[in-house]
Design a protein around this ligand. Sequence first.
Ligand code: UTP
Length: 290
Amino acid sequence: MSKTLRKAVFPVGGLGTRFLPATKSMPKEMLPVVDKPLIQYAVEEAAAAGIEEFIFVTGRGKAAIEDHFDYSYELQDTLIRRDKTEALEELNRWMPKAGKVMYTRQQEPLGLGHAVWCARHLVGDEPFAVLLADDLVLSQTPCLKQMVDVYDRQGGNVVAVMDVPLEHTKRYGILDVGSDDGKLAEVRGLVEKPDPKDAPSTLSIIGRYILQADVFDHLETRSLGAGGEIQLTDAMARMIGAGPFFGLRFEGTRFDCGDKVGFLHANLAFALERDDMKDGVRKVIDAYSR
Ligand code: UTP
């Protein structure tokens, strides 16, 4: 039986250059979609999938993330005095339990693989999830929960995948697919950001992974990949054949919130899901589509 998944790593050490100037002094992961920071969506998704320990790999200028997952005494006190019970309950609902949030720093942004490697002592010798907060998924069942259901059956490594237009393969880690039942694709090979002409498929990995701790041994070599960065995809590629490895075509819509248009799209989609906002937002959209 596969070991239970209890830990999740949130790499938040990137510079977010595509979102300057907003990200000059504010972490990209604190950008709100409607009224909730991206990183909170990711933490809530992890908690809904059974994750108990939350490991953040931060960097310079990311203190707002630590504050967000901490008690805010003035705010809590004011809400109590003003009898705002509902707001207070909502604030406490998603707060991780004491001692269950851990932080380490990636001292230089050397790439996603390096960020994950920085968490190796906090993860130890057990499977773990990785969630990139700038990939936001709107779905019936939280994306990581869908992956955990596969992991509990198959064990090994599981990544969330979706088909992308051929001209976009340069932006993603791309699968070479073995057996495929239309939902679960066996990973036979992995290539980071291939040119469309070299891409083995158009099935690309989005920012959700369930990985075995062996990946740290492969990251240890610190070899540079695409873009001169230490790539998580390259380390995962070295694990192929050592155990089950599947890409899950998840149910839901993924938004790339590290990109400005993707971020605006996510705001519209999430606002249209809200009873208190959808009519107003529809009117705005209609006014612009005339
Ligand atoms: P991105 O490729 O989006 O990079 O990282 P970025 O620096 O955040 O943004 P741009 O491209 O400059 O606008 C994908 C994820 O990996 C994390 C980021 O925080 C983001 O969640 N990351 C990336 C790290 O934690 N460390 C790194 O060295 C690179």
